[in-house]
Every structure is written in structure tokens, then in C-alpha cells.
Design a protein. Sequence first.
Length: 347
Amino acid sequence: MAVTSRDAAILKVLSGGTCRPPPVWLMRQAGRYLPEYRELRARAASFLDLCFAPKLAAEATLQPVRRFEMDAAILFSDILVVPHALGQTVVFETGEGPRLSPTIGSVGLSMPGKIDLSVLAPVFETIAIVRASLPSHVALLGFCGAPWTVATYMVAGHGTSDQAPARLFAYRQPVAFQELIDVLVQASIDYLEAQLGAGVDAVQLFDTWAGVLGPAEFERWCIEPTARIVAGLRKRVARAKIIGFPRGAGVLARRYVENIPVDAIGLDWMIDRDFARDEIQSLRPVQGNLDPIALVAGGAALDREVDAVLEAFAGKPFIFNLGHGILPETPIAHVEQMLGRVRKFRS
């Protein structure tokens, strides 16, 4: 494994330690709200081209660290590079989001059973470039999508508001859907192991669409596959640090941490903070959970929300973050306001 930032504050938290002030990074912190990112994006023919151009992707990864002195850089990439490496065609249409073809429901499991990591070689090169450029106290985070969330795109061919195509497929053809999940579990283990080998300090599993699942389906399609990924990855990289993010899980987040030995769990802004502190943070470090809209709003409302997050969670192992990705319309001044308030927190 490559040399990593083992003295980073975030890694202390992931090992169960408490920091004052808490370390902070933002989901989607490398993105369209930054003018320097928009200039960089104009140099690539497509979003996927940008993800697979190591020098450009490394620059995108490093931009928010330079501007804001974040405590972590997160790899600039996308969860849909995994379907791409499994043989689906993935295209990002401007203003319309991703398009995947052929969809799994229409053709069955026609993709290779094993991920082609050579397709993702540019991602690992990006990691190496960033690793060499980061200060020693800044962690480098890798990631992939959790199987349920990635499967929703592979089945529908695009994003939907309720992920009905994947839910219908899972109900009507549970054996075939389980095959798809099994492919994604193994692909995720292989991909995350390669990221750790290239130099990331920790990885996050984004289950963005976990919240559309009922309790039984959450157990089968979110908890069970994620537990297999964590176990499989730790068989290969024993000390791998892993953050789980089951967005929208609500009270099921406790079952998530009871059944999956992640090192921390990301909390969305919709969860009750008292419940999260008492029922989840008592078991595992937490990360989150500022509403991205509060960051857009700024002003006194932002200050109140930042203070509420800190009051709820900063007494135990905690990483300050948003409850989901930063929005493109977020003013940079509001990010600076938020960071200033977090960094002044000591009690």
C-alpha cells in the first residue's frame, strides 16, 4: 500500500478519537460551485473524460483543499465508473444527468462477471498524483457507490425520483436482482482494494438511495451487501478505514451500524439529531449532517444550523460534513462562513 496520511485528524476520528475542533470536509466539495472547477471542466470534452484524465481529476480533487484548507480531499470521480468498467455504456448528458445502456432489466446480466480494473487505471493514477501533492495532515478519501444505489442506475438507465424500476425488478425477479448485487459486491471490493493500494487513507460507501427501501428490503439490499463488502475488503486490507453513508435510513441507521462494522456512518440532514447522538453515535463515530440548503441560505440561519450540529455531535468522535453533497449554487462566502464557525469551536 502507498504511503498515506496516518496523522490526519479524520483518521483519528475513524479510530474512535475526538478532535477539537472536529475535522471537516464536504461531500462533492470538488465541483460546480467553484469557479476554478468550472474552468477545469471546460477543458474536458465530457464529465467522464474529466474523471479519466488523471492530471485534470487530480487538480479538481486538490482545488477545495487549497482554497479552504479542508481536512480531507475526496477523489474526484463518480460512482458510475463501476458500471462503465463492468461493460455498460455510461454517458453524462449536460443538464440531464447520466445515461446507461443497455439497461439490465432489458437484457439480463450481459456484463462481465468481474470488473475490468484496467479501465479504471486513470483513477488510480489520479490517486497517486493527489497523494504526492497533499500535505501530511490532510487525508485522502476514496469511494464507490454501494450496490443498491449503483444497481438503481444500471436497471433504470438513469436517475429517478423513487427508483421504481429497480424496486420493481427486485420484487419481480429477486434471483436476477441478487445476481446483479453479487456482481457489484465483488466489483466494489476489487475497486476499493485498488484505491487503497494506490494511496487513499479511507473509503466511503455512498448508498444515496437507501432511503427508498422498506425495512425488509433495506436489510437485504443495503445492509447485507454492504456488510459483505466491508468483510471482503478487510480480508484483503485488514486495517481499511470505511465510512458508510446510507442516505435516508432514518431509524434504520441503528440497524446499519449494528450489522456493519464501518468505522463511521454519515448522517443525512433529515435524521433526528437526538436519536442519532443517543442511538448511533453511542455505537460508532458519526459524520454530517448540515443541510446543504442551509449552506446555500447563509447568514444567521447557517450559523444556527452549524451550532446545532456541533452541539449534538462534537462531544464524541465526529467529522463535520454536509448531510449530502454541496449544491452548485452555494456561495463560496457561505462555505467560508461555515468553516470559520466550525474551526472556532473548542468546547
